[in-house]
Design a protein around this ligand. Structure first.
Ligand SMILES: Cc1cc2nc3c(=O)[nH]c(=O)nc-3n(C[C@H](O)[C@H](O)[C@H](O)COP(=O)(O)OP(=O)(O)OC[C@H]3O[C@@H](n4cnc5c(N)ncnc54)[C@H](O)[C@@H]3O)c2cc1C
Length: 390
């Protein structure tokens, strides 16, 4: 008989287990912390230094649910815990990353920490069914376990190749919970466009993308399926399929290029290559063959065409699906979960934490923070040690 069984040893389940007492069992159908170990390209964007109000706004639209969880475990506590594990952090703009380590090492140290506290971890053991009699009975691919409390920490649907699946939603439904409709969030754009062909892996650091009245600026990455990178992932949290966006590939380098165009004897393509990757310039030649000419040989109309292509390129949004999305919007309905404990309002002893809840953060460390804060909050309801004693 366990005090608690945590279903899912991803970010939130591990966070919860770190602070639980020894009568705890973590079950995962694969290696624990798979997503956490590759988060932020393995650099792990842990959290963010945004003001609390901006922090809350980063979860569209349900950030207010997290106020209580942040009240007991926020970024200071997370950074402090990471340093207790012997790891350092560094700040880039407002994002906080691991600095002297990577996701694999982070997960390894979390695992040792949990085992050191005498909780148990069973990897490669999938939960198939949960029944409730007086206690909970958790059926897995290997056994049946009994527990007083159950924590569903099974994550969302994004990135199935890292283990994402709908099991958690199905367990929640079996206890009468509603699931807010799920959709991919923080997702690249799947776009077929000759201008982007053969550019996989190339990134531009200084783009500006106009969407409605807002400008999103920063890094854009070309991929074999379309566009990705932090700016696109951020933008995708606000757009829907069919929306139009306008890309300035040169951002604030625009003025320098315009200045170079005053030299009428220069060849257009050679100027473009100074600012944009060679292969991008080659792709442009297919759309505007006059790019090979000298500036003085090009009509004003053609020159405007070229400027439009570099500074105001229209793209129709096509969001990629769960296969490539980083986060899942939707999940266990927050109306049926107490924000002060993340306990089910329908079933005593049942808890939820992490992305399985209807919480989705934009890019910047918000999702890992939410996973840790909700995981910690749940641990405190399971008769665990308070943070200061850990
Ligand atoms: C590639 C990538 C990079 C990311 N980078 C960042 C980043 O840098 N910063 C950030 O804030 N967010 C990042 N995110 C998002 C963040 O990783 C997630 O929001 C967070 O890990 C969610 O934690 P979770 O515990 O809810 O779910 P997960 O970490 O997905 O864990 C869920 C676990 O449940 C297990 N499970 C599911 N069903 C069962 C079952 N039936 N039985 C047993 N186990 C089960 C799964 O195997 C999995 O291990 C990234 C996401 C991706 C895909």
């Amino acid at each position: 008989m366990y005090n608690a069984i945590i279903i899912g040893g991803g970010t939130s389940g591990l966070a919860c287990a770190c602070f639980c007492n020894k009568d705890t069992l973590v079950l995962d159908k694969q290696r624990i912390g798979k997503k956490l170990s590759v988060a932020g390209n393995s650099r792990v964007n842990l959290t963010n230094l945004a003001d609390l109000d901006d922090f809350i706004k980063a979860y569209i639209p349900n950030g207010n649910f997290l106020r209580d969880a942040f009240g007991v475990f926020f970024r200071e506590e997370l950074i402090d815990f990471v340093s207790k594990l012997g790891l350092k952090t560094q700040i880039e703009n407002t994002k906080v990353f691991l600095s002297n380590s990577n996701g694999e090492e982070f997960v390894k140290r979390i695992k040792n920490y949990i085992i050191g506290r005498k909780a148990q971890i069973h990897e490669y053991e999938r939960v198939t069914k949960i029944e409730q009699n007086k206690h909970f009975f958790v059926h897995t691919t290997k056994s049946i376990y009994e527990a007083k409390n159950i924590v569903i920490a099974t994550g969302g649907l994004s990135y199935p190749k890292l283990g994402a699946c709908a099991d958690g939603y199905n367990f929640a439904k079996s206890f009468g919970h509603n699931i807010a409709p799920t959709q991919p969030f923080e997702t690249p754009f799947c776009i077929k466009d000759d201008l982007f062909k053969n550019l996989d892996g190339i990134s531009l650091d200084n783009v500006e993308i106009k969407y409605k009245n807002k400008i999103f600026s920063g890094n854009l990455l070309f991929t074999h399926f379309g566009l990705s990178g932090p700016t696109i992932l951020d933008l995708s949290c606000y757009t829907k399929n069919g929306d139009k966006i306008y890309i300035n590939f040169l951002g604030n380098d625009k003025e320098h290029l315009l200045k170079d165009l005053n030299d009428e004897n220069k060849n257009l393509k050679s100027i473009i290559k100074k600012y944009l990757p060679k292969r991008f310039a080659e792709n442009m030649s297919e759309k505007i063959p006059f790019i090979k000419k000298k500036i003085l040989e090009v009509s004003k109309k053609d020159l405007n065409l070229l400027l439009n292509l570099i500074f105001n390129y229209k793209v129709t949004v096509e969001l990629c699906g769960f296969e490539r999305a980083f986060v899942t919007k939707g999940g266990v309905s927050l109306r049926e979960v107490d924000p002060k404990s993340c306990a089910s309002k329908l079933v005593k002893g049942l808890y939820f934490c992490g992305e399985v809840l209807d919480i989705a953060g934009t890019i910047g460390g918000f999702n890992i923070q939410a996973a840790f804060s909700t995981g910690y909050l749940v641990s405190q309801k399971l008769g665990s040690l308070p943070l200061k004693n850990i």
